[in-house]
Design a binder for this molecule. Structure first.
Ligand code: NCD
Length: 362
């Protein structure tokens, strides 16, 4: 069977190229599978694109997106909800205000848990679609990119910085002083670079870096508050919203609100600049930029569908089927849910780059 048999011809002009219909293909790969979307924080793109992805693959979706209408309002804790919902579905997508919530959920759930944002922590599937967007633009190798805005509370930039380091990108962290990239993330990036150098031998690592040889070359990082100073230095501006809801003191938010604004005027400094944003935006990109050749953020948001289709089919699709068939041959229970529970998919909690680097050194 063709993995993603093409469905309707749609041509809604989402992609630029002729015949670009990824994310619109339909398949029955996940027929009979159920995804539970558990969203304890607001979401538009992440939740809806997971839902679209699952439905395009023939699966079904349960949604908990209003904590007001679920037992969360009665005081149920996350652990009990996860244990319960695990029995109703084949995978869980979790967005939660607490850092580490998905890791905790993965340790309790009997089905795979996908982190769709844990407080100011991480947002790994956003990073996958960001990387996909960069790859589509042919920018992933030798990339010079500025991550702009709220680098302290913005989870998308944390995950993205880790991933870009694996491609040897040059990173410019542009933020107000109070919203700098957390030290922990910067240390992880340094540690990853050092581990690479150690593993590859200093000379080879240098050659790889000089050639921009991509994966594993580590990241060169610069930090500044001055956006105009980096505009000519980079290929991509990855702009982010100041995360108002995460400030303990509203007065502190007011001090940094509106710190950066990307305008058409700014683009005159570098006409080829690609502008990305995980969205939603507040006022950090002027609406007049939307119609320019530089803007990629709506296309980027659209890529959430094919990328999440890939994530779901990897977790629940053909590979999982093969694994289960193997288990059945070995006389394992024919109960699909029981087999899935034994499959081990998603049982390992995600580790930080630092943890991985440390383990890999052992
Ligand atoms: C981001 C998030 O939720 O972290 N949005 C998204 O998933 N596309 C960014 C944000 O809220 O600013």
């Amino acid at each position: 069977m063709e993995k993603f048999a093409r469905g309707r011809e749609q041509g809604r002009g989402r992609g630029e190229g002729e015949g670009e219909r990824e994310g619109e293909e339909e398949s029955d790969l996940l027929k009979g599978k159920i995804l539970a979307n558990l969203f304890y924080e607001p979401s538009t793109r992440t939740r809806l694109s997971f839902e679209t992805a699952m439905k395009r693959l023939g699966g079904e979706v349960l949604n908990l997106y209003s904590t007001e209408t679920s037992s969360v309002a009665k005081g149920e804790n996350l652990a009990d909800t996860i244990r319960t919902v695990s029995g109703y579905c084949d995978a869980i997508v979790l967005r939660h205000p607490r850092e580490g919530a998905s890791r905790m959920a993965a340790s309790l759930a009997s089905v795979p848990v996908i982190n769709a944002g844990d407080g100011a922590g991480q947002h790994p599937t956003q990073t996958l679609l960001d990387l996909y967007t960069l790859k589509k633009e042919g920018l992933l190798e030798n990339l010079r990119i500025a991550l702009v805005g709220d680098l302290k509370y913005g989870r998308t930039v944390h995950s993205l910085a880790y991933a870009l380091a694996l491609y040897g990108a040059t990173l410019f962290f542009v933020s107000p002083e109070a919203l700098r990239m957390p030290e922990e993330v910067k240390m992880d990036l340094q540690a990853a670079g050092a581990a690479e150098a150690e593993a590859a031998g200093a000379a080879e690592a240098e050659a790889a870096g000089a050639a921009g040889a991509g994966a594993g070359a580590g990241a060169e990082v610069f930090e500044t508050s001055d956006l105009s100073a980096v505009v000519k230095e980079v290929d991509v501006l990855y702009v982010t919203r100041i995360q108002k809801e995460r400030f303990p003191d509203p007065a502190e938010y007011r001090k940094v609100a509106g710190a950066y604004r990307v305008t058409r005027g700014l683009l005159k400094e570098n006409e080829d600049l690609v502008i990305m944003h995980p969205l939603p935006r507040v006022d950090e990109i002027d609406a007049a930029v939307d119609g320019t050749k530089n803007a990629r953020y709506f296309k980027q948001a659209f890529y959430g569908v094919p990328v999440r289709m890939a994530v779901l089919s990897t977790l629940l699709g053909a590979g999982g089927e093969r694994r289960r068939e193997g288990e059945e041959k070995q006389g394992a229970s024919k109960n699909a849910r029981g087999n899935r529970r034994n499959s081990g998919v998603g049982e390992e909690a995600p580790r930080t780059l630092r943890e991985r680097t440390a383990d890999d050194r052992e």
